[in-house]
Design a protein around this ligand. Structure first.
Ligand code: C2E
Ligand code: MG
Ligand code: MG
Length: 748
């Protein structure tokens, strides 16, 4: 259609009419013709103006149509027009590109031919729905391109009327393959993130951004609790800071770390986990996140332990087996070497077990072994390893022991004796009572390197010695230890006898004041053994304390000292002297100690004012309130208290202030070198200053020379005890000395 031609036609007709009029009557009506021509010219100008306007409109229309075509053809979406039965009628360039086919190939084809077979029924349904509901709708499906490749497409369809009751389907088509791939990846990532493993994602500063459900299950912390925290929230404290430093250094260098680590659950329990941490970097290589993945190894560890337990357990008794003992020995040897301390190994063998087993049958034999194992475990300390090595052979690894060799020996001996005692009573088995003692061999190890089998061999040898020594006894492999133990055993036996036979006496040593001469004495116990002669209290008092024999000995000493006080009361030269009695911690702790002292005073009629008790600082460390109550009760009747060996313990000043004390006794250990050792002098000076500030008296013991006495006096201590004045003497000799000097007289 050409609009120009259609508008020119009336114009030409008008001009022809005017010219015809002019030709008809040129002379009759000249004026009218001229007017007509004028009108015609005006009309022609108007017509030209209209034409111009029309051309401009035409041009605008063409431009707009071109723009529309451009928009349509080059739109970012593909557009297709389909007939209601799905025949492609028209499509834009983008649709052609997406489908990878030429226009002529596509036009007049059914759209369903582009749909992959599995999606064709969905397409058919979609088309049907669009037709029926006269609405819009969308569908995701796979389409096949001209080259056979498939892409994920999104169709947005609409039914549009086109007049005369007819209608078309318009489709917008877009390729969503990439989005689908991304969605898929996201879905996979989400599924993976919600796996059985605990996961957390942090930012570059290790602040937790996201955790999964397994994280909460394993750690006990909900997402709300964990977000914003750092993974150190889970620290158990079992790894030191060096461990974490190494871990993060490794992550920063290699990008990841994995290993086993102990973490703490929110409820406080510590559990093992396998942890893997990876650093995430962006395209520019900058660290943006860390991803941590971990799994709880508790159940795995428990299973592992169970397996280990079975491999390292003696099935009959439930004790450790030989293999486990050897591992423990190895560990103890290594630790002993590092820390310079010794451990002990005991080997125990049931006496005459073979006969018993043969005569009673294996079932009874097993019952005896189980009973033995139970008693042995009960007698051992927590932490000691009790093992059954096979048949009727058992072992106990004692670790740790005191770092002091003598104390360690005593510890081991007393444990072994306790075990022998526990194993001695007969076993009550079905229908019979069976006695079965054991022999124990003991050796020390750990101070130097050796193979674990070495101590085992030594303990075994010692065990055979115990057997040949008559069974139901113990033997040390090390001869000097055995000798020490033998001597101790003999001493203990002799001490028992000494108590029965009253082999003790008291010796007295003067306590001398600068101004008053002899003011009192210290009673020091002496033991005369008919076979050994005089035995020093330094030797037998510790043993007596350990065995409890100090109680009868202490009671005897107190009684004897009070009798002496009562006797001296009638002798003018001696009547003013007080007697200081040493009281051991164990004695003082006896619940009836106060009653015992009061009863002794009553029995002997001694003057309580003249009785002084010397306590060591070890008495004070136990139950403070009880100590104070006891001391006050005795002080109430006039008894005075001194702290013996002062300066060797750790009594606090505030505590000492609460005690009803009369004086402090500077330990002879400080006096000995007071002239040559600046530390000893300083300590003595401090003790004297302390006593003075607390309003207490002070006495120095072990004063042997005049120079020591003078020095002490210069520090402010004016009462002394020591060989300078007299060695401890039996009462008659001491009386002679005192009578010669008299109270108020300085000793020679
Ligand atoms: P201790 O109570 O500190 O007694 C002082 C010790 O020093 C006494 O030793 C005494 O003989 C000694 N000694 C005194 N002057 C000198 C001196 O100038 N130089 C030297 N080197 N030593 C001196 P002893 O009699 O051997 O007593 C030792 C420890 O045994 C006593 O130390 C005391 O702790 C304890 N002890 C003695 N008798 C008894 C007692 O009857 N009961 C209790 N529980 N322990 C006692
Ligand atoms: Mg003393
Ligand atoms: Mg002392």
């Amino acid at each position: 259609m050409n609009p120009t031609r259609k508008n020119v036609a009336p114009d030409l007709l008008l001009r022809a009419a005017a010219e015809a009029q002019l030709a008809k009557a040129p002379q009759t009506d000249g004026r009218a013709a001229t007017e007509l021509l004028h009108d015609l010219q005006v009309h022609q100008i108007e017509l030209e103006m209209q034409n111009e306007e029309l051309r401009r409109t035409q041009h605008a229309l063409e431009e707009s149509r071109d723009r529309y075509v451009d928009l349509y053809e080059f739109a970012p979406l593909g557009y297709l027009t389909l007939s209601l039965d799905g025949l492609i009628q028209e499509l834009n360039l983008r649709a052609l590109t997406l489908l990878g086919m030429q226009r002529k190939k596509l036009q007049r084809r059914f759209f369903t031919q582009l749909v992959v077979p599995k999606d064709q029924s969905r397409w058919a349904e979609f088309l049907l729905r669009l037709k029926k509901i006269d609405g819009t709708g969308s569908l995701e499906l796979s389409l096949q391109r001209g080259d056979g490749t498939v892409f994920q497409a999104l169709l947005e369809g609409e039914k549009r009327p086109v007049g005369n009751g007819a209608a078309q389907i318009r489709l917008a088509l877009s390729d969503i393959s990439e989005r689908k791939v991304a969605e898929e990846a996201q879905r996979i990532a989400s599924t993976a993130f919600e796996s059985q493993q605990g996961m957390f994602i942090t930012d570059a500063n290790k602040v937790i951004l996201r955790v999964n459900k397994a994280f909460t299950e394993i750690t006990g912390y909900t997402a709300e609790e964990a977000l914003g925290q750092t993974p150190s929230l889970l620290k158990s404290g079992r790894q030191d800071s060096a461990f974490y430093t190494t871990m993060w250094v490794r992550i920063s260098v290699t990008g990841n770390w994995q290993g086993e680590i102990w973490n703490r659950h929110k409820n406080g329990t510590v559990y093992p986990e396998h942890l893997s941490i990876s650093a995430v970097k962006n395209d520019a290589g900058l660290l943006t996140h860390y991803v941590g993945t971990f799994s709880d190894l508790s159940s795995y560890k428990a299973a592992e332990e169970q397996i280990n337990d079975l491999a390292y357990t003696d099935l009959l008794t439930g004790l450790a087996n030989r293999r486990k003992l050897i591992i423990r020995l190895q560990q103890a040897i290594t630790a002993g070497e590092d820390q310079q301390h010794s451990c002990a190994l005991m080997m125990l063998d049931l006496d005459n077990f073979k006969n018993l087993n043969d005569s009673l049958g294996h079932e009874q034999g097993d019952a005896v072994l189980q009973g033995f194992a139970k008693r042995l475990s009960a007698a051992a300390r927590d932490g000691d390893t009790v093992a059954r090595l096979g048949a009727d052979e058992f072992a106990v690894l004692l670790d740790p022991l005191s770092p002091d060799p003598q104390q360690a020996l005593r510890q081991v001996e007393s444990l072994a004796s306790k075990m022998l005692a526990a194993l001695e009573p007969p076993y009550q088995l079905a229908g019979s009572t069976i006695s079965c003692s054991a022999s124990i061999g003991i050796t020390f190890f750990g101070e130097q390197h050796e193979e674990p089998l070495e101590p085992l061999k030594r303990a075994e040898l010692a065990m055979y010695q115990a057997k040949s020594a008559g069974r139901n006894t113990l033997r040390f492999f090390e001869p000097q230890m055995q000798a020490a133990v033998d001597a101790r055993v003999l001493l203990e036996e002799a001490l028992h006898e000494a108590i029965q036979k009253q082999q003790f006496t008291l010796y007295y040593q003067a306590q001398v004041s600068d101004s008053e001469g002899i003011v009192g004495v210290e009673a020091l116990v002496r033991w005369f053994d008919p076979k050994r002669g005089m035995i020093s209290p330094a030797e037998f008092i510790p043993l007596a304390e350990e065995t409890g024999l100090i109680l009868p000995i202490g009671a005897w000493v107190l009684e004897a000292a009070c009798q002496q006080l009562a006797l001296w009361a009638s002798q003018p030269a001696m009547a003013q002297l007080s007697i200081a009695v040493n009281v051991s911690a164990r004695q003082f702790r006896e619940s009836n100690f106060v009653e015992q002292v009061l009863a002794t005073l009553q029995r002997t009629l001694a003057n309580p004012q003249r009785l002084k008790l010397e306590l060591t600082e070890s008495v004070l460390v136990a139950n403070a309130e009880e100590v104070i109550v006891k001391m006050n009760a005795l002080k109430a009747v006039g008894i005075g208290f001194a702290i013996d060996d002062f300066g060797t313990g750790y009594s606090s000043l505030s505590y000492l202030k609460r005690l009803p004390l009369e004086r402090l006794k500077i330990d002879q250990g400080f006096v000995r070198n007071i002239l040559t050792d600046a530390d000893d002098a300083a300590i003595s000076r401090a003790v004297i200053a302390m006593a003075t500030s607390m309003g207490l008296g002070v006495i120095a013991e072990g004063v042997e020379t005049e120079a020591q006495r003078e020095f002490l006096a210069s520090l402010g201590c004016h009462t002394y005890q020591g060989y300078l004045f007299n060695r401890p003497l039996p009462p008659e000799k001491f009386e002679a000395l005192a009578q010669r000097l008299g109270r108020g007289a300085a000793a020679p």
